[in-house]
Design a protein around this ligand. Structure first.
Ligand code: FE
Length: 188
């Protein structure tokens, strides 16, 4: 019996998420699990918990290495993940993922103290991502119906860098992914 696509996503996180997360002290897998855990603790629905779990899948997919920002490139990991996941999930999942870097640029422009609280690697990648939004960019961002979801995801993302936290594993989220999936082929 072959694994379902959602089981494959969990397996991909488990097997390929072990690499370091951009100079942070946690792996991409640990970071993803902690982000999803924050979303669950906040009472988010399946779509946003799924987005939290999978928001950095692009770092696994892009194949540019684990420290792409450190090499002075922007891997556009948010677009890569959102496009890849759109075959199984609707915009409730993919749009917050697509916007989670924009949300960081928005918060840097509009939320006092946010930029100063970013980790050093996150400040480095900010420059590659365009820096803080202009006023016009911030207004345009806010007009997106998924802006507030993306801002929520961003805050969980920023919190999810704690070394040695004991939290649920990736398989815990399989039922969440199933609930969030909108266009899976029927399973037999
Ligand atoms: Fe992240």
């Amino acid at each position: 019996m072959s694994a379902t696509p959602l089981e494959d996503l969990i397996a991909m996180l488990n097997s390929q998420g072990q690499s370091a997360y951009f100079g942070e002290s946690v792996s991409i897998l640990e970071h993803s699990l902690q982000t999803a855990h924050c979303a669950e603790l906040a009472g988010a629905g399946p779509a946003l918990v799924a987005a939290a779990l999978l928001h950095d899948l692009g770092h696994i997919l892009h194949g540019l290495g684990e420290d792409v920002a450190g090499f002075g490139q922007d891997g556009m990991h948010e677009e890569l993940a959102a496009d890849y996941l759109s075959r199984w999930f609707g915009e409730e999942v993919t749009a917050p993922i697509r916007l989670h870097v924009a949300a960081k640029r928005y918060l840097c422009a509009r939320s006092p103290g946010y930029l100063d609280a970013l980790s050093t690697p996150s400040r480095l990648s900010l420059q590659l991502q365009g820096g803080p939004m202009s006023e016009a960019e911030a207004e345009a961002f806010l007009s997106n119906q998924f802006a507030s979801a993306a801002i929520q995801l961003r805050h969980w993302d920023d919190e999810a860098k704690i070394v040695g936290l004991t939290i649920p594993n990736a398989a815990h989220y399989l039922s969440v992914l199933r609930a969030a999936a909108s266009s899976l082929p029927p399973t037999t």
